[in-house]
Design a protein. Structure first.
Ligand code: PYL
Length: 286
C-alpha cells in the first residue's frame, strides 16, 4: 500500500464537502450512508453524535505524516461523530484518548491503521475497510450490481487481495493482474472464479468494470467506453482521456476508507471481519 505523504493528503480536509457531493452524484448517497451500506448497517441505528473519536498521531517508523491525523479527524467528523486529535503522540496520546473517554481511537503506524473501540474491544482495519468500501462503491455505481459480471482488479497487494475475496463473495468473475505476476497467480490458485492476467493493457481494454488498487497510472486510451471504475489506488491513476471515456471513476486518497473504518468500529457490523485475516495475509507474497 502506498505510504501517504503530506502533499497527497493536503486537500482532504477542504475536500470533504466536495467528496460528499461527488458521492451523491456517482452512487446516489453521501459518505455516511455509503460507509453504513458498505458494512451492512442502517445509518439510523447509529447515534453518530454520541461517539467521541480520538485520533492519536504515531511517531514510529517513518514518523508523522503532516496533516494525516487532522484529515482523519475531519473525515470522521463529516459522519457526525465528535472527533479530535490528541495533543500528545504515541502512548501518551493513547492515555490522553482514554482519559478523554474516547469511544473509538484511530491510530496508524507504517504497517497498520486501525480504529479501536474502547468499549467493545473490537477494531476495524484500514485495509479491510478500504477494500470493502471500494467494492461496495463499484457495485453501487454499476447498474444491477456485480453478480455474474467480470471485474478486473489491478494490483494484488493487501487492498487488492481483500477486494478479490469480497468481489467473489458478491458473485463477480474476477480477473486480477499485478506487476509481480506471482501475486496474481497466488490468488487464482486460492480462489474459485479468479483468473490471473499477465497482459495488463489487454485486460484493461477488455474490462468495463475495474477496481484499481495499484499505485500506477492508467493511460486513458486503454479505458473502455462507459467503464465503471472504483479506484482506491494512490496516487490518482487517470488522465483526461480516461475521465472522458469512463462512465464513472470513484477515487479519494483517505476519507472513504476512514469512513468505513469508523462505522465498522462501532461494532454493529454484520460482517465478521477478522482483522487477523488481513494481518495473516501479510505473510502472502508482498
Ligand atoms: C493508512 C494509509 C492509507 C495508504 N497508506 C497508508 C499509510 O500511509 N500508512 C502510514 C500512516 C502513518 C501515519 C503516521 C501518523 O501521522 O500518525 N504514523
Amino acid at each position: 500500500m502506498t505510504r501517504l505523504t503530506a502533499k497527497i493528503i493536503e486537500n482532504v480536509p477542504s475536500g470533504i464537502a466536495h467528496l460528499n457531493e461527488e458521492l451523491e452524484k456517482k452512487i446516489k448517497m453521501d459518505m455516511r450512508n455509503f460507509a453504513c451500506r458498505s458494512i451492512g448497517v442502517n445509518a439510523g441505528d447509529i447515534d453518530f453524535g454520541s461517539y467521541s473519536v480520538a485520533i492519536v498521531p504515531v511517531t514510529s517508523g517513518e514518523g508523522i505524516i503532516g496533516g494525516f491525523s487532522r484529515s482523519v479527524a475531519v473525515a470522521v467528523g463529516a459522519l457526525g461523530m465528535r472527533s479530535f486529535v490528541t495533543e500528545a503522540c504515541d502512548v501518551t496520546g493513547i492515555s490522553e484518548a482514554f482519559s478523554s473517554s474516547a469511544d473509538i481511537i484511530f491510530m496508524a503506524d507504517d504497517e497498520r491503521f486501525i480504529a479501536l473501540n474502547t468499549k467493545t474491544r473490537s477494531f476495524s482495519d484500514n485495509i479491510w475497510s478500504t477494500a470493502r468500501g471500494y467494492v461496495t462503491a463499484l457495485g453501487l455505481a454499476e447498474e444491477g450490481g456485480l453478480e455474474g459480471k467480470r471485474v478486473l482488479v489491478i494490483g494484488a497487494g493487501r487492498v487488492g487481495r481483500e477486494a478479490v475475496k469480497m468481489l467473489r463473495n458478491e458473485g463477480a468473475l474476477v480477473e486480477v493482474t499485478d506487476i509481480i505476476p506471482e501475486r496474481a497467480r497466488m490468488l487464482e490458485s486460492r480462489f474459485e472464479g479468479v483468473r490471473a492476467i499477465s497482459e495488463v493493457d489487454e485486460a484493461i481494454r477488455s474490462n468495463r468494470l475495474i477496481l484499481n488498487a495499484s499505485p500506477g497510472t492508467i493511460p486513458g486510451d486503454l479505458i473502455s467506453q462507459d467503464a465503471v471504475i472504483s479506484s482506491p489506488g494512490v496516487p490518482y491513476a487517470f488522465d483526461e482521456e480516461g475521465e472522458r471515456r469512463a462512465k464513472v471513476i470513484i477515487h479519494d486518497v483517505l476519507s472513504l476508507g476512514v469512513a468505513v473504518m469508523a462505522v465498522a468500529s462501532v461494532g454493529l457490523s454484520l460482517f465478521d471481519f477478522s482483522a487477523a485475516d488481513v494481518v495473516a495475509d501479510r505473510t502472502a507474497i508482498q
